[in-house]
Design a protein around this ligand. Structure first.
Ligand SMILES: Nc1nc2c(ncn2[C@@H]2O[C@H](COP(=O)(O)OP(=O)(O)OP(=O)(O)O)[C@@H](O)[C@H]2O)c(=O)[nH]1
Ligand SMILES: [Mg+2]
Length: 302
């Protein structure tokens, strides 16, 4: 049941799609702040992240999910299960398909799964990254998408130039039930601060690494405390895990150049997040084949 025109609405929407479709970038664009990290590597998002959109007439909670893919590791299986669980809990689903890529078996697989699980939930087809292609190509992609499933609506957007971002917000809100505000004013995410920090470090570490290394990186924040004798500085102790000794060497780089760069990039972002100076103590450790090891996965929070 959707709300009457003047009632306050609140509820949940989730973005699904294959890895790299632009779900997290779109979540950030709708929230108007960076709540989810993004990268050009597939499978960047590893847990569901809630971003909150506040409006006088509505509160929209966006649930950004990991990209759905054919799993090759235990981590992959866990991520897919998480996405499926989310579908059944939201009021509206947005299936994200990039404008610059052909609709492939991966997209059709997701659409088919979605129509099984979310039978009663409206699904909106979202063509993302429209800034990368011509108007004609956007139109073609919309037509192609229409063939895939029976969408409640279709909409093209660009998170980069802002095209139709607020139209998408309106569309999602129009599918929410009447309800009160669920989160306090100004709260943009329910992620704990330490999770956001670990994610910012992982985002910095993903930059410039290749092949299977992005998947092997995990970050934990072990401790966070005010620096002794300085009330303007926070000390953060974090660990960056890789799966093999050879990967450790790559992440650290010659004379620790890469690690220094990662630390500096992450520190600037964390300082912006916390609004204070940060001393970041970052160590690289090997957790052998953690993506396939239930015990290590648990330790890393999966
Ligand atoms: N040009 C352009 N690039 C975009 C847009 N949205 C996302 N991207 C880029 O596409 C890549 C993937 O974006 P993400 O938002 O991380 O994709 P995702 O769907 O969350 O990916 P996973 O978390 O791996 O499932 C990044 O390099 C983004 O900068 C867009 O609207 N325009
Ligand atoms: Mg993502």
């Amino acid at each position: 049941m959707t709300a009457a025109p003047h009632e306050h609405r609140s509820g949940f929407a989730c973005f699904v799609g294959r890895p790299n479709a632009g779900k997290s970038t779109l979540t950030n664009a709708l929230v108007g702040s960076k709540v989810a990290i993004t990268s050009d590597k597939p499978q960047t998002t590893r847990h569901t992240i809630r971003g909150i959109v506040h409006r006088p007439d509505a509160q929209l909670i966006l649930v950004d999910t990991p990209g759905l893919h054919r799993p090759r590791t235990l981590l992959g299986e866990r991520l897919n299960a998480l996405v499926r669980e989310t579908w059944s809990e939201v009021d509206v689903v947005g299936l994200c398909i990039p404008a610059d890529q052909k609709i492939g078996p991966g997209d059709k697989f997701i659409a088919a799964e979605l129509s099984k699980v979310a039978r009663k939930t409206p699904v909106i087809g979202i063509v993302t990254k429209t800034d990368l292609v011509s108007k004609e190509q956007v139109a073609e992609q919309l037509l192609a998408l229409q063939e895939v499933v029976d969408f409640a609506e279709l909409i093209p957007v660009s998170a980069v130039d802002g095209y139709q971002v607020s139209a998408l917000t309106d569309l999602l809100i129009s599918r929410l039930p009447a309800g009160p505000q669920l989160y306090p004013d100004g709260e943009l995410t329910d992620e704990p601060e330490t999770t956001l920090i670990a994610e910012l470090i992982r985002e910095a570490a993903l930059e410039g690494v290749r092949d299977e290394l992005p998947h092997s990186i995990a970050v934990t924040v072990e401790e966070m405390r005010p620096r002794e004798g300085r009330d303007d500085m926070v000390e953060i102790f974090a660990e960056l895990y890789v799966e093999r000794q050879s990967q450790k060497a790559i992440v650290i780089g010659k004379q620790a150049e890469r690690l220094k760069y990662v630390g500096m990039t992450a520190r600037k972002q964390i300082e912006a997040l916390l609004g204070s100076k940060v001393h970041l103590d970052l160590h690289v450790k090997v957790a052998k084949d953690w993506q396939r090891d239930p015990k290590q996965l648990r330790k890393l929070g999966f």
